[in-house]
Design a protein around this ligand. Structure first.
Ligand code: FPP
Length: 277
């Protein structure tokens, strides 16, 4: 259903290839989402300023995206800047992140073209500085005909505000089409999310060891496998993405059903006498 271009396995490094060899290519996740965390700690541990951690983190973004495109991953979504980041970080750091994003796009669009990567965004991007939005549009248009991995940057993003925006859209649609609220379905909400055009993530990765989802894709990760690594984002590379996918493939996904080894299914549950109580 979703095209991801042709995988370019021969472009993986020998180390990546040794992990890739353990994967089942026929059951790769369709969509990997990543909460990139730990830039500040990476810098702190080296007695560097925080902005150097972000700069190094931007390098990881490009390298991980390239590995994703080489294995033919259709969708990669990265939490690059949250609504809370904008509100709660010092102005100088927010300004730096904005400049970094702009430079990142300017410097990496050619590499995206070389890797058949298409870039898109989710979030309240209309509240970002005009010159950043301008570069974002340019990068999106330039890469729009690429057919490999879609890299989605979540920018000025919050999952609860995404739901607010979705509900506003849905209510407006209901008014104009005179829809009956009793007949609303999950699909109706899905159609109004920023992510309506993509499948839900199968795998959610978080770096730097925190066990939180931090208001990221709350609706969409209902059945995602969660993989947390202690590695800080600026140290995260393509090989670590492949390791996360290997761990994902070892999991048994049940989607609310029952798995193997969970006991025999009783043909007629009515026949079982409830002993206790
Ligand atoms: C968390 O590190 C990371 C972010 C604020 C978002 C990720 C940003 C980047 C990877 C930089 C640039 C991205 C692009 C797309 C150019 P933190 O500062 O919260 O780390 P800490 O928890 O260790 O302080």
């Amino acid at each position: 259903m979703y095209s991801s271009g042709t995988p370019r396995i021969h472009e993986l490094s020998p180390e990546e290839l040794s992990v890739y060899a353990m994967l089942k290519p026929e059951s790769l996740p369709q969509h990997v989402a990543i909460i990139m965390d730990g830039n500040g700690r990476w810098a702190g541990r080296r007695s560097l300023k925080r902005f150097l951690g972000h700069q190094q983190g931007a390098k990881s973004v490009q390298l991980v995206t390239e590995t994703a495109s080489r294995i033919g991953l259709p969708w990669l979504t990265l939490y690059a800047f949250s609504l809370e980041n904008k509100l709660r970080r010092p102005r100088a750091e927010v300004n730096f992140l904005m400049r970094l994003l702009k430079t990142y796009l300017e410097n990496n669009v050619q590499r995206m073209m070389d890797n058949n990567v298409r870039i898109r965004y989710i979030g309240r991007t209309h509240d970002l500085p005009a010159e950043v939005q301008d570069r974002m549009r340019w990068a999106e248009e330039t890469t729009s005909r690429n057919t490999g991995t879609t890299l989605t940057l979540a920018l000025n993003y919050g999952a609860r505000s995404e739901l607010v925006d979705a509900l506003r859209g849905l209510v407006a649609e209901m008014r104009t089409k005179h829809l009956n609220p009793e007949r609303l379905t999950e699909e109706d909400i899905h159609r109004h999310l920023y992510t309506a055009h993509m499948p839900d993530p199968d795998l959610l990765i978080r770096t730097s060891g925190e066990m939180r989802v931090s208001n990221f894709l709350l609706w969409q990760i209902a059945y995602a496998e969660i993989y947390v690594t202690d590695r800080l984002w600026p140290d995260f590379r393509g090989i670590h993405l492949l390791e996360a996918i290997a761990a994902f493939q070892r999991r048994e996904r049940r989607f609310g059903g029952i798995g193997e080894g969970c006991g025999e299914v009783e043909e007629d549950p009515e026949r079982i006498r409830i002993a206790a109580g």
